[in-house]
Every structure is written in C-alpha cells, then in structure tokens.
Design a protein. Sequence first.
Length: 30
Amino acid sequence: MKILEIDKKKEVITVKTENLNDLWTLYNII
C-alpha cells in the first residue's frame, strides 16, 4: 500500500482508519 508513503500526520489518520472503504476514501482525497 502506498498509504505508508504519506506524511506522518496523514499516516496517523490512516492507521486509525481500519475500515477499507474509509481508507480508500482517504487515499483518494489525498
């Protein structure tokens, strides 16, 4: 996943987002 390449602040949000749909939404917003 490219999520880990995101800066730390966004990464923290990603880590807290366990729902796959929310994760994908977050990824698309970024």
